[in-house]
Write a protein that binds this ligand. Sequence first.
Ligand SMILES: [Zn+2]
Length: 229
Amino acid sequence: MPVAQWTIQDAIATECEFFAVNGYRGAQGRETVYTVLQGKVPVLVSAPHAVKHLRAGVVEPKEEDEYTGTLARLLHALTGCHAIYLASCDLDPNFYDDCAYKAGLRDLVARNGIELVLDLHGSAIWRTYDIDIGTCHGKALLGRPELAARLVECCKRHGINEVYVDHTFSGCGQPTVTRLVSRNLGVPALQLEINKRWRDPEKHPEQFRALVECLAAYIRDDANRVDTG
Ligand SMILES: [Zn+2]
């Protein structure tokens, strides 16, 4: 997808091609169940529920978080951030630490000097918030509360107003991506639970565009990376 000139139609086509295939189980017969897009900026966008995923002992997979994989691909193309997403149905990476996705994520973080991780998720349309930012009650920010405050401000600037921190999903009640990254890898992480009304470019193209522009602006803001000065 050409950088800086993406269209809503591109986003819809990307979701169909990479994620919605095989009833949202993603591509079959791949060598790895996840995809990494190598970036140049030390920020990583993760989408562990881009396709359906499994819990042990449950036959039917859990539903995908629609458009989170497409968001990861778009943000990579627009900002040069690194991206990782689940590309083929596998163990739930936001519920198990011992899974292929998290092995890939650990490797990616270690090799690329990642300084910030945004873990994208989807919430149902009936939730009262637009975005719930999970920070493990601040612990996942590793002493940098401004990372969440700046994201709230950035959302408001883009017309996304009902944005809260640790409202319903704090991101630490189970072995999440956010918990692993902040606690075990020593990198600040934010879990974004994004309401469906902002992840539906067919029905709400303007909201989807605002979300993409908001997250791209946040990733491009150097102040959100580690202050090494
Ligand atoms: Zn999710």
